[in-house]
Design a protein around this ligand. Structure first.
Ligand code: NAD
Ligand code: ZN
Length: 358
């Protein structure tokens, strides 16, 4: 089945078994000859062959580039190395990039696509739940620097996104669960009904139940692309709603040296902090705040910091958050599940208090 997002109208296919039909779909949208598949060292051995075969049988000439798995590969140096290999393989302006992997691969392959010959098409094939419901949608691409995450990048919308639910079968449980931090975020900021749905199902047990997962992923893509469509370049403040839980979340991630917590786990803690602040500053009923925290816990996501975790490091890291650049605190709050807005009455002290009580 095909969902069309409002912006740039790129098709998003969400189904089972679509990996074998990548070539056929690429052919429909990109009448070109050559392409590169960029994957990481965990994903390439699992799925690259299938994607390659499908591309070859549709008449494409794919080159596979594999980079080491992990966030540490998301660098400019790696971008340079990939581009060099693409040049050596004879890829040109008529080629396209296929990013096969989680958010790390989606971001770096998208950035390569954005700059190679000043921009060639990008196909996203997300292989983590987080990448399916979040990073593959919206066109933000980029790499990290020593000073912080995603500081260098470009907006480059994909030409096609292909979600094959079958790939989630090999995804470790912890990785699967972190996707739910973003799903719960989407529910809290935009969809009370979806929140109910996620809360009612016994998800970890039902992870293999394709149908429920299929409709959940589609709904999350709709929510994210709907918000992005209103603010494609992150300028008007609409897109900022997607940062719910991320102000503190990013600081937690940084304080844990990007090793202690996965992104979704840090966001889970950030959501807990954002709920406490929302109770105080936006009138979020306490019981609704507790319901959100409960739901995060049901996915094994952290809602309290480990007792000895250096909270000071989180407070120090807060100032690196892009939202503090202008010195003003713009914080995303929720007055009730399903609604969010950018508040201007949240103080740094509120955030500090929330972090201290995590
Ligand atoms: N562009 C955006 O809008 C956006 C939004 C959110 C996050 N991100 C970025 O996404 C990244 C995090 O994404 P992620 O959690 O998917 O990270 P990831 O790509 O590093 O994947 C997590 C791990 O799972 C492995 N893996 C991936 N798919 C697998 C599969 N099907 N089976 C087994 N193992 C598999 C990977 O090799 C990796 O070890 C960060 O770099 C973050 O900055 C970007
Ligand atoms: Zn996130």
């Amino acid at each position: 089945m095909e969902i069309r997002s409002d912006i740039d109208r790129y098709p998003v296919l969400v189904d089972t078994g679509v990996l074998n039909r990548v070539g056929e779909h690429a052919h429909k949208h990109l009448p070109r000859d050559t392409c590169v598949i960029i994957a990481d060292s965990n994903v390439a051995p699992l799925f690259a062959d299938r994607v390659k075969k499908s591309l070859v049988s549709a008449g494409f000439r794919p080159t596979l580039i594999t980079i080491p798995a992990g966030e540490k590969s998301k660098t400019l140096e790696q971008v340079g190395a990939i581009c060099d290999q693409m040049i050596a393989a004879g890829l040109d302006r008529q080629s396209f990039v296929v990013g096969l992997g989680g958010g790390m691969i989606g971001d770096i392959s998208g950035f390569v696509a954005a700059i190679y010959h000043r921009g060639i098409p990008h196909i996203q094939i997300p292989t983590t739940l987080l990448a399916m419901v979040d990073s593959s949608i919206g066109g933000k691409t980029g790499v990290d620097t020593l000073d912080g995450k995603n500081l260098i990048g470009a907006f480059h919308q994909p030409s096609l996104v292909i979600d094959d639910l079958d790939v989630l079968k090999t995804l470790p449980r912890r990785q699967f669960n972190q996707g739910f931090a973003e799903i719960i975020k989407h529910a809290v900021i935009a969809d009370a009904k979806m929140f109910e749905k996620v809360a009612r199902a016994s998800w970890p047990a039902a992870a293999g139940e394709t149908h429920a997962l299929l409709s959940l992923i589609k709904r999350n893509i709709q929510i994210k692309s709907g918000i992005v469509a209103k603010d494609k370049r992150d300028r008007t403040g609409q897109r900022a709603l997607l940062n719910f839980g991320h102000t503190v979340g990013h600081a937690v991630e940084r304080a844990g040296n990007y090793r202690k917590f996965l992104h979704g786990e840090a966001v889970s803690l950030g959501i807990v902090a954002a709920c406490a602040i929302s109770v105080k500053r936006a009138g979020l009923p306490t019981d609704q705040g507790a319901t959100i925290v409960d739901l995060l816990e049901r996915f094994g996501l952290p809602t309290r910091l480990p007792p000895k975790f250096p909270r000071k490091k989180i407070l120090d890291a807060l100032k690196f958050d892009k939202k503090f650049e202008t010195g003003k605190v713009r914080f995303i709050v929720t007055p009730r599940i399903g609604v969010a807005y950018v508040a201007d009455n949240v103080t740094l002290a509120d955030i500090r208090d929330a972090v201290k009580s995590l």
